[in-house]
Write a protein that binds this ligand. Structure first.
Ligand SMILES: Nc1nc2c(c(=O)[nH]1)N[C@H]1C(S)=C(S)[C@@H](COP(=O)(O)O)O[C@H]1N2
Ligand SMILES: [Mo]
Length: 539
């Protein structure tokens, strides 16, 4: 906008008029809301047209790009601080950042119009770059953000113009008496009300766009139509593995209670009808199977305890389930793995990858292309329709959810998602043990106190658990049954508790006779270690 065509410059008095700052900030926030409303609505419609998986929403694209660039220490801190609520925290953080940026742009624009508009466009460009850099996006996917930006720019300009106009209109003077008539605040109030209305519309656009993208077309539930495969080998949970102590870990984790960790800001909606799993890379022949063919293979049940590498000592990012699946080694055998291969890079529908050593997928353990969790189709957040489950390795190098490709490759040629972000190339699960009861800081009655918990050393098993009170001798805990070395093992110990304040510490020994290390390590780069302890008071 050139100075010549501009409306009369606002007087200094008008620019600093009470309320001009907040009003300008509001205008900036409204322009941001309109941009996002238009962009998200169009992105949602496009996503729906393309079947639900394409066209990333600009908000999720920026969030995803942020997650992809999260260094290990920050991920570590976020998971430790917010646990599985880290996504909510990210969302709220993004919202606050956007409101702050919008306010700043409005405030700046009211003082220096061009500067405000330029900053606005720059923020938009960040969004465009984020959308363009998503794994699955093409040129068309930029359109919603581009149109949103134009709409927002237009709103920003015209509202700022009007704001200056209302602020700088000279107070009309009564010709007869020569005294100023009170400023008609109605004009500005009308403007602000209108702007607020626009902002609300923008916010509604965001909500509607997200909803449209997520409902997509009603996915035909092929898993339900086919029925889950009947396993040729089943798992029964022996009664001796289960505890009835209140507060003790349930041996099998119910699906709704199972921890969830992934980089997906919304659960990928994979249509089972379109789903394919491809085996590529260093193979004699590429293989591609669809769900019907997968379900026709001989499936087995296996009980496997999954653990996140981000779990802290005593933490809860661990869960045990009975999985139904087809052994990965049979799928790999069908493709014919070439001798030089030593890694399988599995990829998910949303572009995430895990690098798993070839040998754990081809030895006799129950590494599965899994389709069911505790007898039910995989819940969407746990990988529907198909995921990988590999006993003995942390999830980040093995447990790919929404899996679509197994690329047979080499560690010196490829790496999984978390490796360049500060996590180890290989992630065998470290032996761990946890005290569930009593809880830390519990106030207990004297006498016999039941101490109970869980220990895991997947694929090696747990051979011994010991508990120590303060600096006393280690006492051997009673181990519950261990139906498989791939699952955790519950334990209990009766403590003749003396009055006072005490620290209980636990340590486990794995099936190879190796004692759990007391060396304290943070989760990054290859899993936390150290002995878990709780402090309690005995009355
Ligand atoms: N597609 C995809 N699969 C993934 C991840 C991910 O970010 N994306 N995270 C992995 C990690 S780090 C863990 S610990 C497990 C967790 O599986 P769960 O959410 O079913 O407990 O999933 C793994 N599979
Ligand atoms: Mo993880």
């Amino acid at each position: 906008m050139s100075a010549l065509s501009a409306p009369p410059r606002p007087s200094t008095a008008a620019r600093t008029a009470p309320g001009a700052g907040p009003a300008a900030a509001l205008v900036g926030v409204v322009a941001t809301a309109v941009t996002l409303g238009v962009a998200e609505l169009l992105a949602g419609l496009l996503a729906r047209l393309s079947g639900g998986s394409g066209t990333p929403s600009p908000l999720l694209a920026v969030g995803g790009a942020f997650v992809d660039r999260t260094p290990a220490w920050l991920k570590d801190w976020a998971v430790a601080t917010f646990g599985t609520a880290d996504k909510v925290v990210l969302g709220v953080g993004m919202g606050l950042t956007l409101v702050g940026l919008g306010a700043l742009i409005g405030w700046l624009g009211a003082r220096r119009r061009t500067a405000g508009l330029v900053v606005f466009v720059l923020v938009g460009v960040v969004g465009l770059v984020a959308v363009a850099s998503r794994p699955s996006s093409g040129p068309v996917d930029l359109l919603p953000t581009l149109l949103g930006l134009l709409a927002g720019l237009w709103v920003l300009r015209s509202l700022l113009d009007r704001l200056t106009a209302t602020a700088s209109t000279p107070p009309p003077t009564d010709p007869r008496e020569g005294v100023p008539v009170p400023v008609p605040v109605a004009t500005r109030r009308g403007l602000l009300l209108g702007a607020t209305g626009l902002g609300v519309l923008g916010a509604l656009g965001v909500v509607a766009g997200q909803a449209i993208a997520r409902t997509g077309r009603a996915a035909q539930d092929l898993v339900a139509a086919l029925g889950l495969p009947t396993p040729t080998r089943t798992v029964t949970v022996p009664p001796g593995a289960v505890s009835d102590i209140a507060g003790h870990t349930p041996f099998v984790t119910p699906n709704p209670d199972f921890y969830r960790i992934d980089t997906a800001l919304f659960v990928p909606r994979v249509d089972a009808v379109d789903w394919r799993l491809r085996v590529t890379g260093l193979v004699e022949q590429e293989v591609e199977i669809d769900l019907e063919e997968l379900f026709a293979q001989d499936h087995v049940e296996a009980m496997v305890t999954l653990t996140c590498v981000s779990n802290t000592v005593g933490g809860g990012l661990v869960g045990n389930a009975v999985w139904t699946g087809w052994p990965v080694r049979e799928l790999l055998a069908r493709a014919g793995v070439l001798p030089e291969a030593d890694m399988v890079l599995s990829r998910s529908a949303d572009g995430w990858t895990a690098g798993t050593p070839l040998e754990v997928l081809t030895d006799d353990r129950d590494a599965l292309v899994a389709v069911a969790m505790n007898g039910e189709p995989l819940p969407p957040e746990h990988g529907y329709p198909v995921r990988l489950v590999v006993p003995g390795l942390y999830g980040y190098v093995s447990a790919t959810k929404w899996v679509t490709e197994l690329k047979v490759t080499r560690f010196d040629a490829d790496e999984g998602y978390w490796t360049p972000r500060g996590w180890a190339e290989r992630g065998p699960i470290k032996t761990a043990s946890r005290i569930d009861v009593p809880r830390g800081d519990a106030q207990l009655e004297g006498g016999t106190v039941t101490v109970a918990g869980v220990a895991w050393a997947q694929h090696r098993g747990v051979s011994r658990v010991e508990v120590r009170v303060d600096d006393g001798e280690w006492a051997e805990a009673e181990l519950l049954a261990e139906p498989t070395v791939d699952a955790w093992r519950l334990w209990r110990w009766e403590w003749p508790a003396q009055p006072g304040s005490h620290t209980l510490t636990v340590r486990a020994t794995d099936g190879d006779g190796e004692l759990q290390t007391d060396e304290v390590a943070a989760p990054a780069p290859d899993g936390a270690s150290g002995w878990h302890s709780v402090r309690v008071d005995v009355g």
